[in-house]
Design a protein around this ligand. Sequence first.
Ligand code: CA
Ligand code: CA
Length: 307
Amino acid sequence: MAQNPESRIVSRDPENLIYAFSPANPPCCEIAPGEAVIVETQDCFCGQIQGPDDLFEKVGWDRINPATGPIFVQGALPGDTLAVEILDIRVLSPGVMVAVPNMGAAGHRITESRSMLIPLRNGLAHLPGDIILESHPMIGVIGTSPKEGSVATGTPGPHGGNLDSKVIAEGSTVYLPVNVPGALLALGDLHALMGDGEVLICGVEVAGTVTLRTRLLKGLSLPCPVVETEDAVYLIWSEETLDSAAEAVVDKSASLLAQTLRIRDEEALCLLSARGNLQVCQIVDPLKTVRMEIPKYLFKGNYPWPT
Ligand code: CA
Ligand code: CA
């Protein structure tokens, strides 16, 4: 989408970056629902990796996984749901990937630390091995403040956060809980490309800009972060193990489907078992994240939110 020159821009300046979602973070700006906003984000290393000599071991941990925000959404109150429509994602070249011994899903195979720059040109990512892939920009971290306490931006949870789900991309809408007045939305950790699992421990990490527009669903609470795309609704859940995350997301999906369609639990489970797709988001963060893909036609036009 063409960016409206009058849209408000939230810069990626250090004073607009947070490293934990918390009600204690002062808002960096205030927006109205319906207003298009351009949010600049840093990459997950906060720009500390500029070349192959900048190894992960040298990166300052106090500057990992910055999220831009928090953005105060006018009128958002606890018990509402915040819908965030992703209008546009642009990424800056180059992207970065790191291989680090004993990190990621198969870190024992990595004998020496490497930082790799991934040039991005004309929508294509130039990966090691002379492999050129189409980029599919997505948002790794997007969330609202928890009711109390603080959750590091590297951790996913019911508030969203480090969901690392590739369906959070241009054209999708992310539904997040409002736990505190203003919701305190923040986002970052863009990936030019990421496969389900994020097995190395990173996607193609990039800085970039996200154009978004929010909408408030007053008095609606959903059981977990939800993503809507053109064809499907995804429920997202994180737990310490993939097994427990999978069982929880099936449970929440069955409840939502049963309530929305006014059918019995076992009937909702029939639909999920016949046509739902349980998918892995990532297996390398402090909690593992899965999503349940429910094709929209199963809702027969009765979405859990007003359309
Ligand atoms: Ca991430
Ligand atoms: Ca990342």
